[in-house]
Design a protein around this ligand. Structure first.
Ligand code: PLP
Length: 406
């Protein structure tokens, strides 16, 4: 494994701060490294592997599609793409879907659609998009600019014109920021990378109302919250509202790269032929994986399991919060859970890794738990046992058990 890592360091650009393991195999909620060590995976490719690793139905569908047709141009109709678009529309607010390959690309498409629609319906000077502090929308220039966190902007200026930032959860500042040039408000229903931040009561409904009053589009970035992650297929369903545009990626392809931008027909029309495209967008392989993933989420009560196990995970994490005084809060929805610490989270993540548990830390101090949505009590209990050891050792806490020796 060491040699592989050395090769990686020599040839792969160092855009990631990687942990020193090479993962080579996965099944369900577990992955194995190149030396055969097993890990319980509560990262799930950062909310990608919602059905777990190598779900048999997903693998079978990919195998079948790979033997039939891998790629053709969007100059022609593509059967699995049509099927996935229909499934997404039948199960959401949307009438039309544009397919691409990632979350950033889906958000780029949403930004372009919002600008085009607003310019055509309200005038050429209407192009501004309001986004929320702490948000994360991707790493392309437009989505990086939409991401209202300066740490991601550093060194890449000048940013794209036409974005304004407001604090997440603050409706009054949104009202004060809107002008005749405002085309859309773009928001994650629950902020993921920003630290698993839940919307305050009435916030998303308030944004919807403001958008309606000012003829502004509401874009929901459900790249992380979508595809069942929060216990509903899409997080907006928890809040009794519908967006005008929604973006998806991560869990959409059961582990295969795919992104999608969904919209109501009246808005989607603004992207006429030739105005937007993606060579690989909606390719047969990714869409076949998408069809089987979405069908499995719906037919196998994955949403029910996510809600039930989400509550269980929350209770158990709160139990740990009562035990360690450096845990300040447990928050989240479904199986998107965060544990805010008063200390840096990365050393704990590194210790958990040694203990055979993959978790993630975001916003420096928030441990994030994104297990496959098929995780049951045995996996959660096993995770908690390992996490308890990981937390115990770093740092020693007054309230922690002192008899536990590793
Ligand atoms: C809410 C949200 N939007 C967009 C993205 C970007 O997705 P991708 O990395 O697929 O471009 C992410 C990635 O973490 C995300 O969490």
């Amino acid at each position: 494994m060491e040699n592989l890592i050395k090769l990686g360091q020599a040839y792969v650009m160092s855009t990631y701060n990687r942990f020193p393991i090479v993962l080579v195999r996965g099944e369900g909620c577990r992955v194995w490294d190149a030396e055969g060590k097993e890990y319980l995976d509560f990262v799930a490719g950062l909310a990608v592997c919602n059905l777990g690793h190598c779900h048999p139905k997903v693998v079978a569908a990919i195998r079948e599609q790979a033997g039939k047709l891998l790629h053709v141009s969007n100059l022609y109709w593509i059967e699995p793409q049509i099927k996935l678009a229909e499934l997404l529309c039948r199960n959401s607010f949307a009438d039309k879907v544009f397919f691409c390959n990632s979350g950033a690309e889906a958000n780029e498409a949403a930004i372009k659609l919002a600008r085009k629609y607003a310019k055509e319906s309200r005038g050429a000077s209407c192009y501004e998009i309001i986004t929320m502090r702490g948000s994360f929308h991707g790493r392309t220039m437009a989505t990086l600019t939409a991401t209202a966190q300066e740490k991601f902007h550093k060194g890449f200026e000048p940013l794209l014109p036409g974005f304004k930032y407001v604090p997440y959860g603050d409706l009054e500042t949104v009202r004060q920021t809107i002008g005749p040039e405002t085309a859309a408000i773009m928001v994650e229903p629950i902020q993921g990378e920003g630290g698993v931040n839940l919307p305050p009561e009435g916030y998303l409904q308030g944004l919807r109302k403001i958008c309606d009053e000012h003829q502004i589009l509401l874009i929901l970035d459900e790249v992380q919250t979508g595809m069942g992650r929060t216990g509903k297929l899409f997080a907006y369903e928890h809040y009794g509202i519908e967006p005008d545009i929604m973006t998806l990626a991560k869990g959409l392809g059961g582990g295969v790269a795919i992104g999608a931008m969904l919209a109501k027909d009246s808005i989607a029309k603004a992207l006429a032929p030739g105005t937007h495209a993606a060579t690989f967008g909606g390719n047969p392989l990714a869409c076949a994986a998408g069809v089987v993933s979405l069908t499995t989420i719906l037919e196998d009560d994955v949403l029910g399991n996510t809600r039930q196990m989400g509550e269980y995970l929350r209770e158990q994490l709160q139990g740990l919060a009562g035990k360690y005084d450096f845990i300040s809060e447990v928050r989240g929805k479904g199986l998107m859970m965060g544990m805010e610490l008063k200390i840096e989270g990365r050393p704990i993540v590194a210790k958990c890794l040694k203990l055979g548990l993959l978790i993630n830390c975001t916003a420096d101090k928030v441990l994030r738990f994104l297990p496959p949505l098929i995780a049951g009590k045995p996996e959660i209990d096993e995770m908690l046992e390992r996490l308890d050891f990981g937390l115990y050792r770093n740092p020693p806490s007054k309230k922690a058990k002192t008899s536990l020796v590793l």
